[in-house]
Design a protein around this ligand. Structure first.
Ligand SMILES: Cc1ncc(COP(=O)(O)O)c(C=O)c1O
Length: 385
C-alpha cells in the first residue's frame, strides 16, 4: 500500500494501529487456521488466496481505509436488529440528490437486477438487451421462466442504439423492461450520453429501462454521463449502482436502485430488504471519502493502461475500455486459455459468448498484472513481426 493511501488513514485508524489492528491490515490478517477444515478445502483456500484474481472485476486493494474503520466500529451491532445504521439510505439519497423514496437497497446490485426481473417480467414478459452483456439479468429471467431478446453488438463492439429503439417498438407488447449496461461488461465500452437520450426518447414511455452503472466510477470519457437525471424527470428509468467495485465491498454485499418512487414501490415487495450491519457503515464512510475513491480510480487506470500497452506491444488487439477491466482479442477459443492461466496462478474472466475468442481481464495490483503479463507471454506468441 502506498504512502498516499496511508495518508487517508485518520485518527481512528491510527488509534487502532496503536493496538496493532490497522483497519486495512485486517484484510491480510483474516485466517482460517483455527477452523477444522478438510485438506481439500484448505488447498482450495490456499490456491484462491495465492492467485492473481483478475476474473471478477473487483477492487484488489479492498475497502477504503475509511470504510474499514467504519465497519470495525460497527461490530457492536452484529447481534442486534434495529441498530443505528449510519443513515445509509439518506446518505445514498443525498449523494445523488434524490430522496430516500427514490432508493432501494439490495444485497449487491445483483439483487437489484433480480428484483427488477421479478417486478417487470411477471406474466411471461421479456427483457431486451445486448449480447454479450452482464448476463445475470438474462440468467435470472430464465430462472423465473421468462425469456430474453438478445441483440448483437455492432462490429466495433459498441451497443446498437438505433437497433435497441427499433426492437422496443417491434416487441413492445412482449417486453417487461430493457437492460442497458453502461459501461458494458464484458467489453468495458460506454454508451454515450447522446445515445442514452436517443434510447430513452425512442422507447415507449411506459417501458422501464434498467441502466446498470456498476462501473460508473471508473469512467473518464466526457461523452458518458449517468442516467440519474432521467430518474428525476420521472422517466421509467431504474439506475443500478453497487458498492462492490470502486468501494471495494464486493464480499459485503450492498447495491441499490435509484428510480422514481412509484417504480421503487413496485419493486420493494420483491426485495429481501436485509442488509448486514457492517456494510451499511462501510458504505456511508466510502460515500464521504472522495479522495479514497479517487486514489483507487487513478491507480486502476494507470495500471490498466500500462498493461494494455504491454499487451498491444505484443501485437494483440485490446478493446477501448472505461472500466477496471479490459478485453483482449486472443485469436483462439478462451475456455482452454482460462485453464492455462489458472495453472500459472492467474484467474482471468469466464467466456462471454459469442465473444469466445476474447479474454476479459480485471485490473489488479501492479504485482498481479506482472504475473498476468508473464503468463501471457508464455501462453501467447508475440504476433508482431
Ligand atoms: C455490470 C454489473 N452489474 C452488476 C454486478 C453485480 O455486482 P454486485 O451484486 O456485487 O453489486 C456486476 C458484478 O460484477 C456487474 O459487472
Amino acid at each position: 500500500m502506498s504512502l498516499t493511501r496511508r495518508s487517508f488513514v485518520s485518527g481512528m485508524a491510527a488509534a487502532l494501529g496503536y493496538m496493532g489492528v490497522r483497519p486495512a491490515g485486517l484484510l491480510a490478517q483474516a485466517s482460517s487456521d483455527n477452523l477444522k477444515l478438510a485438506p481439500a478445502m484448505r488447498e482450495r483456500i490456499a490456491e484462491y488466496d495465492a492467485a492473481a484474481k483478475l476474473s471478477s472485476n473487483e477492487n484488489p486493494w479492498g475497502p477504503l481505509d475509511s470504510s474499514m474503520e467504519a465497519m470495525n466500529s460497527a461490530w457492536k451491532y452484529s447481534n442486534r436488529y434495529g441498530y443505528p445504521d449510519g443513515d445509509v439510505l439518506q446518505k445514498i439519497a443525498d449523494y445523488h440528490g434524490v430522496t430516500p423514496e427514490h432508493v432501494l437497497l439490495g444485497a449487491g446490485s445483483g439483487e437489484i437486477l433480480g428484483v427488477v426481473g421479478l417486478t417487470f417480467l411477471e406474466g411471461g414478459k421479456k427483457v431486451l438487451g445486448v449480447e454479450p452483456t452482464y448476463n445475470s439479468v438474462f440468467a435470472r429471467a430464465a430462472r423465473i421462466k421468462s425469456d430474453a431478446i438478445r441483440m448483437s453488438l455492432n462490429d466495433d463492439y459498441t451497443q446498437n442504439i438505433p437497433g435497441f429503439v427499433a426492437a422496443t417498438r417491434r416487441h413492445n407488447r412482449e417486453l417487461g423492461f430493457v437492460y442497458l449496461c453502461n459501461p458494458n461488461n464484458p467489453t468495458g465500452m460506454i454508451v454515450t450520453k447522446q445515445e442514452v437520450k436517443e434510447l430513452l426518447d425512442g422507447t415507449p414511455e411506459d417501458l422501464p429501462v434498467l441502466i446498470d452503472e456498476a462501473y460508473h466510477d471508473f469512467v473518464v470519457d466526457p461523452d458518458y454521463a449517468t442516467a440519474l437525471p432521467y430518474v428525476l424527470e420521472g422517466r421509467q428509468v431504474i439506475v443500478a449502482r453497487t458498492f462492490s467495485k470502486i468501494f471495494g465491498l464486493a464480499g459485503m454485499r450492498l447495491g441499490y436502485a435509484i428510480a422514481p418512487p412509484d417504480v421503487i414501490d413496485r419493486m420493494r415487495p420483491h426485495s429481501v430488504g436485509s442488509i448486514n450491519a457492517l456494510v451499511k457503515w462501510g458504505a456511508v464512510a466510502g460515500l464521504e471519502d472522495a479522495s479514497g475513491r479517487e486514489w483507487i480510480k487513478t491507480q486502476t487506470i494507470a495500471i490498466r493502461d500500462r498493461t494494455i500497452a504491454d499487451v498491444r506491444a505484443l501485437g494483440y488487439e485490446v478493446l477501448p475500455t472505461e472500466t477496471n477491466f479490459f478485453m483482449v482479442g486472443i485469436g483462439r477459443e478462451i475456455r482452454p486459455v482460462i485453464d492455462e492461466f489458472r495453472s500459472r496462478g492467474v484467474r482471468v474472466g469466464r467466456p462471454f459468448p459469442p465473444m469466445t475468442q476474447h479474454m476479459r481481464v480485471s485490473v489488479g495490483k501492479e504485482d498481479d498484472m506482472g504475473r498476468f503479463m508473464a503468463a501471457f507471454r508464455e501462453i501467447f506468441p508475440s504476433v508482431k513481426s
